[in-house]
Write a protein that binds this ligand. Structure first.
Ligand code: ADP
Ligand code: MG
Length: 238
């Protein structure tokens, strides 16, 4: 089964091409890291997959279903951002529950789901706190919780660790992979951090100027970079 498939995806802003014909297949359950310099189109790619931008042409399929013409709410995706996007005046529990409350889901079901998610994220002791009372790592876990309760087929991450210090970044890399493997869902993870790219990816995609330079397993890109750009970018000997 295919987790995510992109076919000749293109997007311009004001006549300037930003995504210039992307083809990509991510097998179901795999963790795909897209790495590339600032401005190469990574966030635009995520927004296209989430349905927050409309492509000029090309197709997007999630879990084998073509979603190109579907609105965001009909796509089984959940996005995690670097700034967490938490609601400051709500408790951790209600931040996690927020999406389910909006959809008008049953109260008992929401409570169960929040408790289960808090256990998974080791946030049980923090459910009544406000976001400002949490550490950076805990806030990032709440943001993950908000994504998990949506039960997505595909997780989208936009540089989620870039606001954390180096040690916490290292811990969260491991934590995010642990969660993703446990849930068995496909992930598309965007970063400009070479270490995250090399250590987290099942499938590594190097992007440059709206195109894919090379895609494959991290060690293959390291051993056999297709271009000087790839070698330099992932720090392999050219
Ligand atoms: P990255 O996430 O890799 O840093 P982005 O996808 O954010 O790159 O941006 C790629 C390019 O597209 C940049 O030149 C950016 O200015 C441009 N861009 C992104 N979104 C818009 C928009 N809504 N309107 C106009 N230009 C945009
Ligand atoms: Mg970006």
């Amino acid at each position: 089964m295919t987790g995510l498939a992109l076919g000749d995806l293109r997007k311009s802003f004001d006549g300037q091409p930003v995504i210039r014909g992307l083809d990509l297949v991510v097998p179901e359950g795999q963790f795909c890291v897209v790495v590339g310099p600032s401005g190469c189109g990574k966030s635009t790619l995520l927004r296209l997959v989430a349905g927050l931008e409309t492509p000029d042409s090309g197709r997007i399929a999630i879990g084998g279903h073509d979603v190109t013409d579907q609105p965001p709410r009909a796509r089984r995706v959940a996005m995690v951002f670097q700034n967490y996007a938490l609601l400051p005046h709500l408790s951790v529990a209600r931040n996690i529950a927020f999406g389910m409350e909006i959809r008008g889901e049953d109260r008992a079901r929401i409570a169960d789901k929040v408790a289960e998610t808090a256990r998974l994220l080791r946030l049980e002791d923090h459910l009544d706190k406000k976001p400002r009372q949490l550490s950076g790592g805990q806030r990032q876990r709440v943001a993950m919780g908000r994504a998990i309760v949506r039960d997505p087929a595909l997780f989208l991450f936009d540089e989620p660790l870039s606001n954390l210090d180096a040690q916490l970044r290292g811990e969260m890399r491991v934590e995010i992979r642990r969660l993703q493997q446990r849930l068995g869902r496909t992930a598309l993870y965007v970063t400009h951090d070479q270490v995250e790219a090399m250590t987290m990816a099942d499938l590594l995609v190097v992007m440059n100027g709206g195109r894919i330079e090379q895609a494959g397993q991290p060690h293959d890109l390291y051993d056999r970079p297709a271009s000087l750009f790839v070698a330099r970018f992932i720090g392999a000997p050219a």
